[in-house]
Design a protein around this ligand. Structure first.
Ligand code: GUN
Ligand code: ZN
Length: 381
């Protein structure tokens, strides 16, 4: 057709409706193929197709709306052929709410330290048999199409923010080149949402080029990547502030691999909507509970005779039924200890997301943040 616009309009399988704002913070309804979610939104991480220590019905009980899976782990086991057979990961794991898969490259680079990135893709040694494997943007998307998550992530070239120099620029431009290969390979835009990932390290110019490049592709949502590793808080918050300002108002913004409760509050104030982090479940396995005052270490000997709940103000099943002393007893001896702590910690993160949402909708976000900071910072011993 003559005069056809060069801008590609990609199909979307989500609806993002902003319900309330406070300055840059927003609360929204995010309608996905499998679930209607409220933002700000915390997504628990389930690497092998499960959230360690919790059953699906427990996840539903605590109001979990969407969970995260990793392409790379799932492609190896159960394998994408089996996933095809059962009709995707939702059916395989019997989880009918939201699902997001990460593209796999980041996990290989950050977990295995064996990955080598070239223009073709990410080469790594299989942890199953040690053979070299190549994950290309096309393959990552093909696997994610088979997994069938509501949101799938582009394969990106991630470098640690502690690295500087030409490698950061190379990774950013490669991420932009790869997004086009991802878009071309994506076979299910009608029922799966491909998100692009802004890279560029701590360099505002590179971040800007990347954000603009991705926005030009008109994707259903955008992530801010490369931020969960070792940079100082000022740099971290500056990059988030810059990226959220550069991304569209009417699309979800996801800060990957973040974070701590305080980070989520700050990033939400800066206009971010979605988060994922292993922290609540990982720290639970080390015997640590998240509480409004910060953390509570259940292994500490002071817990041995403490008959209060983990958090007397928490209405979760664990806090209603068990004492600190009992959980102290379990943590080093029985898996139930970390299971109970994971339950409470995820409840805490999901409740924090819900409180952020309702305080923004109800016009009391500043009071909520003030109260949150007061408890978190002023009661530190
Ligand atoms: N998880 C945490 N950070 C990142 C990132 O930068 N890219 C991807 N793909 N996953 C992540
Ligand atoms: Zn609790």
């Amino acid at each position: 057709r003559q005069g056809y616009s060069t801008t590609v309009t990609n199909a979307m399988a989500l609806v993002f409706e902003v319900l309330g704002r406070f300055n840059r913070a927003r609360a929204a309804r995010l309608t996905l193929p499998h679930h209607v979610c409220q933002t700000p939104l915390f997504m628990p991480v389930g690497t092998q197709g499960t959230i360690k220590g919790l059953t699906n019905s427990q996840l539903e009980d605590i109001g979990c709306q969407i969970i995260l899976g990793n392409t790379y782990h799932l492609a190896l086991r159960p394998t994408s052929e089996l996933l095809d057979e059962v009709g995707g990961l939702h059916n395989f794991m019997n989880w009918q709410r939201g699902l997001l898969t990460d593209s796999g490259g980041f996990q290989m680079v950050s977990l295995l330290h064996l990955a080598d990135i070239t223009e073709k893709g990410v080469t790594f040694q299989s942890p199953v048999d040690g053979k070299p494997m190549l994950l290309t943007p096309e393959e990552s998307i093909q696997i994610q199409n088979r997994i069938g998550a509501d949101i799938i992530m582009a394969l990106d070239d991630v470098v640690k923010t502690t690295i500087t120099g030409p490698r950061v620029e190379e990774a950013m431009y490669r991420t932009l080149r790869w997004i086009d290969r991802c878009i071309a390979a994506h076979k299910r835009p009608h029922d799966q949402n491909l998100f692009g990932i802004v890279q560029g390290g701590l360099d505002p110019i590179l971040r800007d080029i990347c954000a603009k490049g991705l926005v030009d592709r008109n994707l259903p949502g955008y992530a801010i990547g490369g931020l969960s590793g070792g940079e100082d808080k000022n740099s971290f918050w500056r990059v988030v502030a810059q990226c959220t300002a550069a991304l569209p108002e009417d699309k979800p913004r996801y800060v990957m691999g973040v974070g701590y409760p305080l980070d989520i509050v700050v990033c939400s104030a800066l206009g971010a909507d979605m988060y994922d982090c292993v922290y609540p479940t990982r720290t639970a396995r080390f015997g640590t509970a998240l509480i409004p005052e910060g953390v509570l270490k259940l292994k500490h000997k002071a817990m041995a005779e403490d008959t209060r709940p983990i958090d007397p103000t928490c209405p979760c099943m664990v806090c209603k039924n068990y004492t600190r002393a009992y959980i102290h007893c379990l943590v080093t001896k029985d898996a139930m200890g970390s299971q109970l702590l994971s339950y409470h910690n995820l409840y805490y993160m999901l409740q924090l997301s819900r409180n952020l949402h309702s305080s923004i909708v109800e016009g009391r976000f500043p009071e909520f943040v003030c109260d949150f900071l007061h408890k978190m910072v002023c009661s530190r011993k």
